[in-house]
Write a protein that binds this ligand. Structure first.
Ligand SMILES: [Zn+2]
Length: 401
């Protein structure tokens, strides 16, 4: 058991049992799907948190259902991020921008008015097709060092290489970073956004752990990975999106890199908070939530209360499978993404229906599996005239609204 960043020994810190790939929805309830262990490991040396078992990418992406939703929370975040990138001159109107894992192209369509040109790369065929149909130029492929070499030959170098919430989805960060460095212009920037390991740990968000998330990056671990590949962390931006995210800005290692003060400040804070003690608390809290949530749902089931989950999310599947909740406990799962509706959640076998169903047949209670969109969802439900349903919010602390 070694760290996939620094190759030193790791320790096992949380075992969530077996779970099917969280974004592989089922076409029918009895469809067979393989489950794989979900075990988190920690490297004391570089502070890396990683999954013990990484699935092959074709296992994860052949039936991929995550489409970046259109949401006010995300649009506000895009603006916040873009303003930061422009004000710090990490992008400009002369920038050639490459986005890795660009999904349906929402961020590229937001950013393209501020830069010279954009191109996206995404491995999911159905998703790249949707992006191209919207006029967002997207290559359907896995980004890797080999891919980057070919791209450089055909398109030249890029000034900004953006990877938002996809970096942790790759089992070989060194290959990704080597690729990014290969195709990065001399004074360009690599911009990596991820769930922040410190938030994941401090907010007890064990539901961030699923097979696609092979790494949980911190300032310490990303710095080590970057420097092993000739890149230097020069700035960071912390945001609240997706339960706490961090944007890492890196450039080529130069004779003198200009590093923002916020890197040092946050690094010191992180070192004091992200350690063996906090990680062992995180693990204990996961098992406590499992017990408390299961009790809460059991009591509702006994009263014959109708419960729906809100959000057919990957994190929701980790939560349901770890807690041991399924279609016998929860009547249905509500989700606004068209292509998910009519399918079933892997493991819990709960059927996914559209929002109109919940408006016409309001439940006693929603379990908010998409708790990161909590305010938006509650407002939507209340605006449609449903003032009675309650909401179970599992994180950062289990509570009912
Ligand atoms: Zn390590």
């Amino acid at each position: 058991m070694v760290c996939r960043i620094c190759s030193r020994e790791v320790v096992e810190v949380l075992d969530l049992g077996y779970s099917p790939p969280a974004n592989s929805l089922l076409d029918f309830q009895e469809q067979k799907i393989a489950s794989f262990p979900l075990v988190l490991q920690y490297c004391k040396s570089c502070s890396n948190l990683q999954l013990k078992d990484c699935l092959e990418s074709n296992e994860l992406y052949k039936h991929y259902f995550y489409l970046t939703p259109n949401s006010t929370t995300l649009n506000e975040h895009y603006e916040y991020l873009t303003n930061f990138l422009i004000s710090k001159k990490y992008i400009s109107k002369d920038s050639k921008v490459l986005e890795i894992g660009s999904n349906v192209g929402n961020y590229l369509s937001h950013i393209r008015k501020f830069v010279k040109e954009t191109i996206g790369v995404d491995p999911a065929e159905n998703i790249a097709k949707l992006a191209n149909a919207k006029g967002i130029k997207t290559i359907c492929d896995f980004f890797s060092f080999d891919f980057a070499q070919n791209l450089k030959k055909s398109n030249g170098e890029y000034d900004s290489i953006i990877a938002r919430h996809c970096f942790a989805h790759n089992s070989s960060p060194h290959d990704l970073l080597k690729g990014a460095k290969e195709v990065l212009s001399k004074d360009g920037f690599v911009i990596i956004e991820n769930a922040y390991a410190l938030n994941t740990i401090e907010n007890n968000e064990f539901d961030q752990i699923y097979h696609e998330h092979m790494f949980y990056y911190s300032i310490q671990s990303i710095s080590v990975a970057l420097e092993m590949n000739g890149l230097k962390l020069v700035d960071i931006l912390i945001s609240l999106v997706h339960g706490g995210s961090i944007v890492f800005i890196a450039e080529h290692i130069k004779e003198k890199n200009l590093v923002s003060n916020s890197v040092e400040t946050h690094l010191e804070y992180e070192k004091s908070r992200l350690n063996e003690y906090s990680i062992s608390n995180f693990s204990n809290n996961a098992f406590k939530l499992k017990k408390d949530l299961k009790n809460m749902i059991n009591i509702s089931n006994k009263k014959n209360n109708k419960i729906y989950t809100y959000g057919a999310t990957a994190k929701g599947n980790t939560l349901l499978n770890f807690v041991g909740l399924d279609y016998k406990n929860i009547a249905t799962c509500i989700d606004s993404t068209n292509i998910k509706q009519g399918k079933y959640l892997p493991g819990s076998k709960i059927k996914i229906l559209n929002e109109n169903f919940a408006f016409d047949n309001p439940p006693d209670c929603f379990l908010l599996t998409a708790w990161n969109y909590k305010d938006e969802i509650i407002t939507k439900v209340r605006d449609m005239g449903n003032v009675d349903s309650t909401f179970i919010v599992p994180f950062p602390k289990l509570h009912v609204i």
